[in-house]
Design a protein around this ligand. Sequence first.
Ligand code: ADP
Ligand code: MN
Ligand code: MN
Ligand code: MN
Length: 342
Amino acid sequence: MAYQAEYIWIDGHEPTPLLRSKTKVLADEVTEPPIWGFDGSSTQQATGDKSDCVLRPTFVCPDPIRGGRNILVMCEVLLASTMRAHPTNTRAACARVEKKFKDDEMIFGLEQEYTMMRPDGSPLGFPAGGGQPAPQGPYYCGVGTGRVVGREIVEEHTQACIDAGLSISGTNAEVMPGQWEFQIGPLGPTAVGDQMYVARWLLHRIAEDYDVVISFDAKPMKGDWNGAGCHTNFSTIAMRENYKAITAACEAIGKNYMMLVENYGDGIADRLTGQHETAPWNKFSFGVSDRGASIRIPWQVEKDGKGYAEDRRPNANCDPYTVTQLITETVCSAAAKGSKKR
Ligand code: ADP
Ligand code: MN
Ligand code: MN
Ligand code: MN
């Protein structure tokens, strides 16, 4: 019997790209989704006279929404003229860096925060038609009416990620009402990006059925409300074995902190104010257990003398391929220089 493949890709919308997808019906005997294409002039990826862009599958998983033999197909975008990476394709550079530093075995766990909105742009949990709920305090990891809202979407999304075979490692309600988090990983630099985009797509798709908009905006509500981030936990094999490698990684990032933060998502200065569990965007610091630092080393990691570190700066609206590429490049090239000196 024929079955459906949902091809997902990242468009050219600025400043933050949007996810797009369309369906290809595959004949019974087709076992691998083929290369496909789309009209780039409708996605800010091409002009009308040279509109064709190519979709190359990078990650395929069961479609938990349609079920059966149906699949989701995460794709990268190529230029039809050369079959090389389109300028909007950040995955290609990430894959190159992963390959270059493959001996360091870098892995990532991403904590994706997001906000559920009504179609009019007000967050769930805020009074409809304007006004403010009670101040932050009872909402983080809350239970019960008036403390959390939208749990039915979270439940459905988490099960969908599991059914799709994604490496989802947990979820929690966040500090601002209507705000939630899920985590993907630990996985390699490119794979964590592939799976994060599929997980984001599933969230948008499931929320459609509830008439809820998923926002990855970094600071959806001005004022005394937490922003939404994408804390990025990372480790090389050396970091998983000794503590010195962890402080060395933090120091390497410290030397390049502006280059990284400029690529961590749109509106980062609005979120990284130094308030609401953030460090100021233009100042670098790292510390054990410090949620006001740019990079936090978890207390358990200090105790064990090995493990990983958490770059708390990436925004919820970051591009995971760019974030993992830059951290891998920064940490692994500093480690390579360090070992040459010795
Ligand atoms: P937080 O305490 O900051 O809320 P979470 O539990 O939400 O942390 O997320 C931690 C993430 O770090 C998870 O995705 C987990 O898989 C990931 N992680 C755990 N160990 C490592 C490691 N050694 N390297 C990279 N990521 C890791
Ligand atoms: Mn978390
Ligand atoms: Mn969080
Ligand atoms: Mn965190």
